[in-house]
Ligand binder design. Structure first.
Ligand code: SAM
Length: 209
C-alpha cells in the first residue's frame, strides 16, 4: 500500500535553502507563496526574518497542522498544487522545495509550472529544489521499470512508500524555459529517510521579460 505525507507526522525536510541569499534578493514586504510548505520549516524561517506577506499550501492536513503550531503570520491553505486555482499576477516570490518532484507525470508538472508563471508578477522570483536522476544501478532499474509501467522514465517508489519523479537536468531546464536562471547548483540532497545522499538541483529563477 502506498504511503502519503499524512503518514509521516514527524518528517523532517532536508533540501537546502540559502536564507542569506534570499534575504539579499527579496524585500521584506514582498508577497510570498510556498507550494508544498509541509510543516512550515521555510515559512517559520521567513517569519523569524521579518517577512509577513506569506501563504503556504500543502495537500497534507497532518503537515499543515504541524505548521499551524509554529506559524503566526502565514495564511495556510490545504490544497493539491495541481488543482489550485492560482491567482494571476499575484506573487513576487514562489518557493517550491522538494514538492515538484512529488508530481509524477510530465503533463501535470508542466501545468503546475505554467500556473506558477501566471501567478507570479512580471518580475517575480521562483525558488526551486528538485531531486534529479541518479546513475546507480538500482535507480536506473527503477526508472526503466517506470517507463514500462507508466510510459515515463523516472517515476519511483521511494523507501518511504511515497512516489516521486526524478526528472533529468535537460527536462528540468526545459520545464523552466519561461524563466531566466539566476542561480543553478547541482547538490547532494539527503534522501527522505536521511540515510543516503542523492542528486538534486537548486534553482533560483526569475520570470523572463
Ligand atoms: C519533501 S516535503 C517538503 C516540505 C517543504 N517544502 C520544505 O522544504 O520544508 C514535500 C511536501 O509537499 C507536499 N506535497 C506533495 N505533493 C503535493 C501536492 N500535489 N500538492 C500540495 N502539496 C504536496 C507534501 O505533503 C509535503 O508536505
Amino acid at each position: 500500500m502506498l504511503n502519503t505525507w499524512d503518514d509521516y507526522p514527524e518528517f523532517k525536510a532536508t533540501t537546502p535553502f540559502d536564507i542569506l541569499y534570499f534575504k539579499q534578493l527579496i524585500p521584506k514586504s514582498f508577497k510570498i507563496l510556498e507550494l508544498g510548505c509541509g510543516y512550515g520549516r521555510i515559512l517559520s524561517l521567513l517569519e523569524n526574518e521579518g517577512y509577513f506577506n506569506l501563504t503556504g499550501i500543502d495537500s497534507s492536513i497532518v503537515q499543515l497542522n504541524r505548521a499551524k503550531k509554529i506559524l503566526s503570520k502565514t495564511e495556510l491553505i490545504n490544497c493539491d498544487i495541481r488543482l489550485l486555482d492560482y491567482p494571476q499576477n499575484e506573487y513576487n516570490v514562489i518557493i517550491a522545495l522538494g514538492v515538484l518532484d512529488c508530481i509524477l507525470f510530465m503533463e501535470d508538472i508542466k501545468n503546475v509550472i505554467h500556473n506558477i508563471r501566471l501567478s507570479l508578477k512580471s518580475d517575480g522570483y521562483l525558488f526551486v529544489n528538485m531531486y534529479s536522476k541518479n546513475s546507480d544501478t538500482l535507480s536506473l532499474e527503477k526508472y526503466n521499470l517506470s517507463e514500462e509501467i507508466y510510459g515515463e522514465n523516472g517515476i519511483i517508489l521511494g523507501n518511504s512508500g511515497i512516489m516521486f519523479h526524478h526528472y533529468n537536468d535537460e527536462d528540468i531546464f526545459s520545464l523552466f524555459s519561461d524563466f531566466v536562471i539566476l542561480r543553478s547548483e547541482h547538490k547532494k540532497f539527503w534522501s527522505f529517510n536521511q540515510k543516503k545522499q542523492v542528486n538534486g538541483l537548486s534553482l533560483v529563477l526569475r520570470v523572463k521579460k
